[in-house]
Design a binder for this molecule. Structure first.
Ligand code: GUN
Length: 302
């Protein structure tokens, strides 16, 4: 068997076109567009490139976008004051503080200061709670798990009654995706197991999975013999395993490897996401969706 590739790069384009059309329609009817601000403290190269891409995507969709870059020396109280300013700004519907933050700033305090109704990352404890309750309580599912669920649904992978095994228990991916897949809802209603570094026999759990979601951050952790034939394999791992010179630009670029041994796994799986080009492109797409949703909540049309 050769697995069907789940291409995030293609699904992203479909969703962005849908969002752009919705932005246009809302602007024509209500005279407003979604407003997104990204706050970046310092110049971590990976963070700079993520934030730049977020702002570029927001611009493409016709959002109002503000890229608020601050020096690495910014104090915690100045950052909190900045968040307060955007919390009160009616033209801003989504606030994203790019992580990680410099040492002098308490990350938890900062995330908790964002108005939960503008927390389009879905990291505020109020939104984590809303996600756990499920149904109409959910406002902003965190972007990477939301992207994973979207890939599964749009690829036609059955979820109701499916055995879902999640590898990894992070607050950003493992815990929220497990929670989302067990809800009594469309694209979910699965039986979910979460496995982690304390699990006795990871292979035996993975072998049961109809949908295997791997977010461990360990290159090549999942072996092909751990995969049930025909299963859907979602690889969230983005591991830098070396560098190469790009043929296109002549610049040095990272060699990326997922948590799954892709070449062997695709001979066994029914569906599989590549790295890069699978889950990665979905995160920013879902950020755009959450920001548009925030405006729709405000207009009472969500
Ligand atoms: N840093 C890496 N990924 C993310 C993300 O999804 N949101 C924020 N705010 N920071 C990040």
């Amino acid at each position: 068997m050769t697995a069907k590739l789940i291409m995030g790069t293609e699904i992203r384009e479909t969703i962005l076109e849908e969002l752009a059309a919705e932005v246009k329609a809302i602007q024509a009817k209500h005279g407003v567009v979604p407003g997104l601000v990204t706050i970046l403290v310092g110049e971590n190269p990976a963070s700079v490139s993520y934030v730049t891409l977020k702002i570029k995507t927001a611009h493409r969709l016709g959002f109002k976008e503000i890229q608020d870059n601050q020096p690495a020396t910014l104090s915690e109280s100045d950052l909190l004051a900045l968040i307060d300013k955007y919390n009160k700004d009616d033209s801003i519907h989504g606030i994203l503080v790019q992580l990680p933050l410099p040492k002098q700033v308490n990350e938890k305090k900062v995330l908790n200061a964002i108005d939960p109704d503008k927390d389009v990352d879905g990291f505020h404890p109020v939104n984590v709670g809303r996600l756990m309750i499920g149904g109409s309580e959910v406002k902003y599912p965190p972007c990477t798990p939301a992207g994973i669920q979207e890939l599964i649904v749009r690829s036609g992978v059955p979820t109701a009654g499916a055995e879902v095994v999640v590898v990894g228990r992070s607050n950003i991916v493992g815990k929220p995706i497990a929670n989302m897949m067990l809800q009594k809802a469309k694209g979910a209603n699965a039986t979910v197991t979460v496995i982690h570094t304390g699990t006795k026999d990871m292979a035996s759990h993975c072998k049961r999975a109809d949908i295997l979601i791997v977010a461990a951050g360990v290159p090549g952790l999942v072996k092909p013999e751990w995969i049930k034939p025909g299963a859907c394999v979602i690889d969230v791992g983005v591991n830098r395993v070396g560098e190469k010179v790009s043929e296109k630009t002549g610049q040095k670029v990272a060699i990326l490897k997922g948590d799954v041994d892709f070449d062997a796994a695709k001979q066994v799986a029914g569906w599989i996401t590549p790295v890069p080009g699978g889950v990665g492109p979905m995160t920013i797409t879902m950020l755009m969706l959450n920001t548009l949703k925030s405006l729709k909540f405000k207009l009472g049309i969500a």
